[in-house]
Write a protein that binds this ligand. Sequence first.
Ligand code: NAI
Length: 320
Amino acid sequence: KGDALRFDGQVAIVTGAGGGLGKAYALLLASLGASVVVNDLGGSHSGQGSDARAADQVVAEIQKAGGKAVANYDSVEEGDKVVETALKAFGRVDILVNNAGILRDKSFARMTDADWDLVHKVHLRGTYKVVQAAWPHFVKQKYGRIINTASAVGLYGNFGQANYSAAKLGIVGFTKTLALEGQRKNILCNVIAPNAGTRMTATVMPPEMVEAFKPEYVAPLIAYLGHSSNEETGSIFEVGSGWVAKVRWQRTGGVGFPANRALTPEQVAKEWARITDFEDGRATNPASTQDSFSGFMDNFSNVVEEKEEPASDDVVANAK
Ligand code: NAI
């Protein structure tokens, strides 16, 4: 097929590719012609131990199918070594999929510093360290595709995952800033919140769901976002079971109080219904910090005469 998305001559790094989602990404990218660095520390789902077999098996599977792959066993916390493997084996890097991850679920009251720190180290710092090592190469070649991995848990929260949700939303903010800084250099960065039956979710999903939510249903989005034809950047996608959707923020129209009067808690209380109303036709979808500022900037001119008695209609809708 003439319009097939191919990756011939390109090099992809997939972290945590020894199993689960990362393995599906590595297999798909390799089958489409990419040379793949299969990174995996090979530890337990809670981040204990290490084992080279996880990455080795995926490399063997790719090679058996006629693809090109090399293993890397370092933790993503040592991002420079992961990128070094790509450069040594294939001489370049074009696509970086930050996917490695662990869980240390506990209700917040029982969560220790170790649970918090380890999850942050692997997810947020690990993502940062691999990007940090790949970035200068992307800048130099004026080309790069980064796909980071968040989670619905980061976007919406989940009982028992305070550490994980914080790290995952951190990855969303990180991705959005990278997208801004990378755009002029054709470095495009997006973030996905996947759903798939893997060893990570096998403990919480019923077996039929683990079976139905195959990692293979997520991988095509990775290939699309990782391809040179992709122009999307700074975006969040939810993906799983063959369903792909984009996520964005929404903000109510808000309530602009007189900017030259002290605002009281009672005024906030009085307007609470309108402050939180998404359905009055004034809600917007801010997509940048500039969009965000508009809410504050627009209210600067919302002044009342000094002598005027504050009346209820001083409260001006901050409409767009
Ligand atoms: P998984 O446990 O099957 O795979 C994660 C892989 O990362 C493992 O092979 C593990 O050895 C590797 N890894 C862990 N720490 C590492 C480190 N420090 N350095 C290098 N490799 C390391 O999990 P799964 O489900 O495939 O998850 C992949 C990513 O997707 C994770 O970031 C996870 O948080 C995220 N995710 C998955 C969801 C799902 O439904 N499976 C839901 C939301 C997010």
